[in-house]
Design a protein around this ligand. Structure first.
Ligand code: SF4
Ligand code: SF4
Length: 310
């Protein structure tokens, strides 16, 4: 597996490099950029659709956020305030560790904004307790980093937690964050790599009629095996299914999540059941118009309009 994972990572790096260079010459919202990107997404998706022998796992520390970005793929602008339940998270981590022999490729904590969780250091400590050798990171918009306590920074160092900063066009004193990370000997990185341009938004439209050919959506989906999410004892293959309850509630819709879209972690006997689950298209993919992806949407505040997600 190490070989395959490395291969997929190399493809990620190469495709990202190509994209980051193309973006310097072609506007992201142009037709040509979209066509080139669709090809890139197909190649990328193919690399991630290989049968698994290890996996990347993520949890949402919070679903809400201290930013309010248009087209947020985590549905944060329309999500109610909610925090990861520590007891349930600990149980899930224990079971995951038991199934995997305490080894997964990487583990990440995300949101919303994970630093809004009052027990964020405990979340990191538990992750490290169950996965002593795994790369563990958290994704953040960076707004709170310089306000975090010394204890927080020491915890990052002690548990070897990597910061993954999303590059939004906001004021966050990046140089000071880097200095602080250096001071506490904490690895600092960017979501998508250091050369990634400052974010414009992408939209993967949802199909309110659920008429997408689900195999096609699945086959070009780059969330497969990258955005696997664990929540309240369930494994979700992607953050779209994991977060859809917020969309449903806010817009009074009923995008159905069936028993085949999720896996009950605590009923799993063997890790291969998880790998098999993650390797097959899900009924929910009929709601995902992956081909209709829109790039280069100007960054700005969400108006909580359904069109930001459809
Ligand atoms: S910072 Fe990220 S999670 Fe928060 S609203 Fe913006 S896109 Fe969503
Ligand atoms: S529902 Fe299917 S196509 Fe949509 S993001 Fe999830 S796995 Fe991908």
């Amino acid at each position: 597996m190490k070989g395959r994972k490395k291969e997929a990572s190399n493809i990620d790096v190469v495709l990202r490099g190509i994209r980051n260079n193309i973006v310097k010459i072609l506007p992201e919202n142009s037709f040509i950029f979209k066509q080139i990107s669709l090809v890139g997404l197909k190649i990328n998706a193919k690399a991630h659709h290989a049968p698994l022998t290890s996996m990347v796992m993520g949890v949402y520390a919070t679903q809400h956020c201290n930013l309010n970005c248009k087209c947020c793929t985590a549905f944060s602008p329309i999500a109610e305030k909610s925090f990861l339940n520590i007891e349930s998270y600990k149980n899930d981590m224990e079971k995951l560790a038991e199934l995997t022999g305490n080894k997964i490729s990487s583990f990440y904590v995300t949101g919303g904004e994970p630093l809004l969780h009052p027990q964020i250091t405990e979340i990191f400590r538990i992750a490290r307790e169950y996965f002593p050798e795994t790369e563990i990171s958290f994704m953040t918009n960076g707004l709170l980093l310089l306000k975090m306590s010394e204890e927080f920074w020491e915890n990052l160092n002690k548990n070897n937690i990597t910061i993954n900063l999303s590059k939004y066009p906001i004021q966050i004193h990046e140089d000071k964050i880097r200095e602080k990370a250096k001071l506490y000997d904490v690895v600092f990185d960017y979501v998508g790599g250091g050369d990634v341009p400052v974010k414009s938004m992408w939209k993967y439209p949802l199909d309110v009629n659920g008429k997408q050919p689900l195999e096609r959506s699945y086959n070009i989906c780059t969330q497969i095996n990258r955005c696997v999410t664990m929540k309240n004892g369930l494994i979700y293959p992607c953050n779209t299914i994991a977060g859809i309850e917020h969309f449903n509630k806010y817009f009074n819709k009923n995008f159905e999540v069936t028993a085949k879209d999720v896996l009950d972690l605590h009923k799993v006997k063997d890790i291969n059941e998880v790998y098999e689950f993650l390797y097959t298209p899900k009924p929910f993919c009929k709601y995902c118009n992956r081909k209709g992806v829109e790039f280069g949407i100007k960054y700005g505040p969400s108006k909580k309009d359904i069109q930001e997600w459809t």
